[in-house]
Write a protein that binds this ligand. Structure first.
Ligand code: ADP
Ligand code: MG
Length: 660
């Protein structure tokens, strides 16, 4: 079902959802809360210091709003709770002021300071909380408030049903609830106890579907007829030699493996694994060039618009001296623009089309598609039968993934699938020197940073996000700026980036940094800093213990994009053993293994926005037993051929294979 048919979803909301990679009902309903907030009124006596609590209170003085900066205000008022009159402050809720009145009952969530008898609220509702309430908390989608998302989910649940991915046989075997029931519990839980069971089902479902796809891909591998392509090796060698850098050995090997399969009558079904920054894009680019020279079109699919645009820009640049015509197609383009591009694809005027998966939802016909590249392997296919090559031959497929799945798991998961791995970093890259620094020793970081600024380099700062969902992070970005201004006597130009800025403002902030007008860029992690600033040599991450190793590794990857020595400072309250892994190593594979050891998959797959996440709820390490069961079940399911009768699996097979 399309998103526009869901009640309460307007055009603007759809736009925001698309940007978050949510294109249909299923994407929406599988956008699971990452945690739940349990609201139950606490009494002030029971609270421990620094604990976030929820209390009922009555307004005794409506107070006033102070506007501190654009997008930043504080509302201060008085309220009575448990016989105490509290001084309450809350950020960025000026809009609640008109509805406040003396005597009104409210619910406050935040921290109580008994000494000052003050309450710093992170949330406030203009009604009394009667009993326990469970609120699902979602990862922020820019432009949509958590409460709105809650409502949207409610509406989506009353609409059309999503297909059940667990075959009935296995539902019975494990005694699972129906999918509908499960989704209702996940998005609108009434009791904490029912959540566990619902989660179990979703984890199994994800792993079953995942293993089914892999097993099905393996099955196809044996029978698929591909397109035998004529590859002019000389021209490709020439192109490789014209690149601004030399390929690493792993890149060369991956290119050779790919070329061999493009030329073979067998269909390519290859997985290209490599750490962020290891240079997968160039491998895909060379292969798409070969495919073009052989006379075929290439489709390059990215998981998000931002990544699509990034690929488009860098690939177009690599091809600037060649005849290949490269275009981009993404959901946010106008209908007119899209239609024009689609027409040119149909006429064969476009050789390489880069876009998000949204392009596949449109009625798209290639003239002679010969090669499909999917960035992030978990999204397999999602295509339609129109994507056939000539004469019923199937396009070659390359799946790229920045997710370094540790060897032990990779073997279980991929088994004998064709994989290429890029392990080395491009030459000339210096290892990023990484250091854990306790908050109280921030001064040494500030000094080092100043040296780097004096040397003409630039600095990234990632601000702590207390709660991705709360607006507190805004406060922290501005507080940090004040800190830096104080330390450097306001002599260093600083840019600020956060989710509340308008698109144009964001672009101008990024542009200033890119052009070196600002030397320091402070941002929240909610914001994707897509810019590639080669001049940046320092990355400072505050509250680093809040992040998983993989996320930190990815953030760190924004510096060290040149031959200068770069640094990463992980600011923390206490030096965690886990974080020391980053001091020791710049190797994403090693880090991912360690991340597994320390905390399971955790956020191994990065933040959702980065498009690196394979599973929404399952965790390979924690749920390894379930994975093994799902693997066995799915193999049995394929062998039994029962999937041929299952509407959902017929669809999944069609998405992977294009001839079914
Ligand atoms: P990935 O997609 O694997 O994360 P990219 O393909 O985006 O990495 O490459 C990261 C950066 O490294 C790009 O700026 C790219 O131009 C550069 N790069 C790729 N291969 C090499 C190489 N062999 N030598 C030097 N730089 C390279
Ligand atoms: Mg990439």
């Amino acid at each position: 079902m399309d998103l526009e048919h869901i009640k309460g979803i307007g055009e603007k909301t759809i736009e925001h959802l698309y940007k978050a990679g949510i294109y249909n009902l299923e994407d929406l309903l599988t956008y699971y809360p990452y945690r739940y907030q349990i609201l139950k009124p606490t009494s002030l006596e029971e609270t421990k210091e620094n604990e976030t609590i929820t209390i009922n209170a009555i307004i005794t003085d409506v107070g006033k709003v102070s506007f501190i900066k654009r997008n930043f205000n504080v509302l201060r008022f008085k309220a009575e709770s448990y016989g105490k009159i509290l001084s309450v402050s809350i950020f960025n809720r000026s809009y609640l002021k008109p509805n406040m009145s003396v005597g009104r009952e409210i619910t406050l969530t935040g921290k109580y300071n008994a000494l000052k008898n003050s309450f710093t609220a992170s949330d406030m509702k203009l009604s009394k909380l009667e009993s326990e309430k469970i609120i699902p908390i979602y990862h922020t989608i820019k432009g949509i408030k958590n409460a709105s998302l809650e409502k949207i989910m409610g509406n989506a649940l009353t609409g059309e049903r999503v297909l059940d991915s667990i075959p009935e046989k296995y539902q019975k075997k494990y005694g699972f609830q129906s999918k509908q029931e499960t989704l209702e519990i996940i998005h609108q839980p009434l009791k904490v106890e029912e959540l566990e069971r619902a989660k179990k089902r979703i984890i199994y479902e994800e792993l079953f579907e995942f293993m089914f796809k892999i097993n099905y891909l393996k099955l196809l591998k044996e029978s698929d007829k591909g397109i035998e392509k004529n590859i002019p090796m000389k021209k490709i060698e020439h192109f490789i030699n014209s690149l601004p850098f030399e390929l690493t050995i792993d890149q060369r090997t991956s290119v050779e493996q790919g070329l061999k399969e493009l030329a073979s009558p067998k269909k390519m079904n290859r997985l290209l694994l490599g750490d962020v920054g290891s240079g997968k894009t160039i491998v895909a680019t060379i292969l798409s060039y070969a495919n073009y020279l052989a006379g075929y079109q290439t489709a390059f699919l990215a998981p998000t618009e931002i990544l699509a645009i990034q690929h488009f820009k860098s690939i177009r640049d690599l091809f600037k001296n060649s005849d290949i015509s490269v275009e981009i197609l993404i959901g946010s383009m106008t209908k007119k623009e899209k239609t024009a591009i689609m027409k040119r694809v149909e006429n064969g005027e476009i050789d390489l089309l880069i876009g998000t998966h949204a392009i596949l939802n449109e009625k798209m016909h290639f003239q002679n598609l010969g090669f499909i590249i999917t960035d992030e392997q978990h999204r397999f296919g999602v295509s339609q039968r129109e994507f056939l090559g000539k004469k019923g031959e199937k396009p070659d497929m390359l799946f790229m993934s920045a997710t370094p799945i540790p060897r032990t798991y990779a073997l279980t998961i991929y088994g004998d699938m064709d994989t290429s791995q890029i392990k080395q970093k491009p030459q000339g890259r210096k290892e990023i020197i990484t250091k854990l620094v306790k908050e109280e020793n921030l001064k040494e970081v500030l000094l080092k940073t100043l040296d780097e600024i004096k040397a003409g380099h630039q600095i990234y700062v990632v601000a702590p996000t207390i709660e991705e969902n709360e607006e507190n992070d805004l406060k922290d970005v501005y507080l940090l700026k004040e800190k830096f201004d104080l330390a450097y006597h306001s002599k260093v130009p600083i840019g600020i980036l956060h989710g509340k800025l308008k698109k144009a403002e964001k672009e101008s902030v990024m542009n200033d940094f890119k052009l070196g007008r600002t030397k320091i860029l402070i941002s929240t992690t909610v914001v994707e800093v897509g810019v590639d600033v080669k001049n940046a040599t320092v990355m400072i991450i505050f509250d680093s213990e809040r992040f998983g190793l993989a996320t930190l590794h990815q953030l760190r990857g924004r510096v060290g994009r040149n031959d200068m020595q770069s640094y990463c400072f992980l600011i923390c309250k206490e030096e965690k053993e886990r974080l020391k892994v980053l001091e020791e190593s710049n190797d994403g594979f090693y880090i991912s293994e360690k991340d597994f050891e320390f905390r399971g998959e955790g956020d191994l797959f990065g933040e959702r926005q980065s498009g690196d996440m394979t599973f929404k709820m399952a965790n390979l390490k924690r749920d390894f037993k379930v994975l093994l069961a799902a693997k066995k079940d799915s193999e049995e399911y394929i062998k039994s051929k029962e999937y041929l009768e299952d509407v959902n699996y017929k669809k999944i097979c069609q998405e992977i294979d294009f001839t079914n």
